[in-house]
Write a protein that binds this ligand. Structure first.
Ligand SMILES: Cc1cc2nc3c(=O)[nH]c(=O)nc-3n(C[C@H](O)[C@H](O)[C@H](O)COP(=O)(O)O)c2cc1C
Length: 319
């Protein structure tokens, strides 16, 4: 008889399935073992133009890992995670073991309960600014082992982000292979299991995905828009696969923290995948670490619908 009851397996699957992932490719598989669950990275849906080094794929696995840990704790098990535990299996990202019976903290419970409500909000925020307490909560969640953030502050920094975003948009809009790759993952809801619904792509130059030649705001307007938002650059001390997974974990914790507080958020890695944008942003904001993503937080009256997800049989396997 398996250690995990069918209902427990389903609960862990659902938590992981709802994690954010680059272009919604959901690059993970769960393998069930006695008292542990292994999270593997899957390489069957590569997006070489967007993510040539697989950085975003590993961040996505990190986000899924946060959800898996929260689910295991919600089931009443203290979890212990080992990252890349077996060199013989380079696709094995993490082993999460159920160590001993455990009562989750109230924060863990709130984050777990926020999982189904988290969404990418790629459109402009349209509500009041965030309060100092809310910003403090998000800032707190954006710090973790090897991971920290830089808050984009003031006109000069907003202009730096606007400038690099404009450059990225210009590069990507002329990259036909890139656009083709993104188009293949832009889906109608229908039967799709992967990809981003076409009506969720959002405002291309900042906040959403650059995908075509939509009209874009001029430089001053874009700078003012960015200055009004609460934007963070998520960075890590190094640029290794460990850093990428840890960054994904922190991003997901911050996203769930925001969701629990009723704050909308979206993640932008698209522009930072353009190499000169990544280095340019580092220089202009004088970042001490390696930037991976821009994360924006605000209020929104739109509640995006959920994106498609892979079915159970495609994600969970017995050992
Ligand atoms: C590592 C990573 C990179 C992402 N990059 C972008 C991005 O550049 N632009 C964007 O609009 N969304 C980005 N997303 C959000 C995903 O597109 C989103 O999570 C996915 O489509 C599922 O939708 P949901 O977040 O609403 O559940 C990223 C997510 C992750 C985890």
């Amino acid at each position: 008889m398996s250690f995990w009851a069918p209902g427990e397996i389903r609960l862990m699957f659902q938590a992981v399935a709802q994690a954010p992932s680059v272009h919604n490719i959901q690059p993970w598989v769960l393998e069930l073992h006695e008292r542990s669950v292994l999270l593997f990275e899957r390489w069957d849906h590569a997006i070489p133009r967007h993510d040539p080094k697989g950085r975003d794929r590993l961040m996505s696995c990190g986000a899924a890992l946060t959800n898996l840990e929260l689910a295991m704790r919600h089931l009443g098990w203290e979890s212990c995670t080992a990252l890349f535990p077996d060199r013989a299996y380079p696709d094995l990202v993490a082993s999460v073991s159920a160590v001993r019976p455990y009562i989750p903290t109230s924060t863990e419970r709130d984050l777990y309960l926020a999982i189904p409500y988290r969404r990418s909000q790629r459109f402009r925020f349209d509500g009041d600014p965030l309060s100092e307490d809310e910003i403090r909560a998000v800032r707190h969640a954006l710090v973790g082992e090897r991971v920290s953030y830089h808050r984009v502050t003031g006109h000069e920094e907003a202009e730096a982000v606007a400038t690099v975003s404009e450059h990225a948009a210009e590069v990507l809009r002329h990259d036909h292979r890139y656009l083709h790759e993104l188009q293949a993952l832009t889906v109608d809801r229908g039967k799709a299991r992967l990809g981003i619904p076409a009506d969720r792509i959002g405002h291309g130059l900042f906040g959403g995905l650059v995908h075509s030649g939509d009209p874009v705001p001029d430089h001053e307007t874009l700078t003012a828009l960015i200055a009004k938002e609460c934007v963070f650059v998520v960075e890590t001390v190094d640029d290794t696969k460990w850093d990428h997974v840890l960054a994904g974990q922190v991003i997901q914790r911050a996203w769930l923290t925001a969701t629990d507080l009723g704050i909308a958020a979206s993640l932008i890695t698209q522009s930072l995948q353009v190499p000169e944008v990544r280095t340019g942003l580092s220089e202009r904001l004088q970042l001490p670490g390696f930037p991976h993503a821009l994360m924006r937080f605000g209020r929104s009256t739109r509640v995006p619908k959920p994106s498609p997800r892979r079915p159970f049989a495609d994600v969970v396997r017995e050992s």
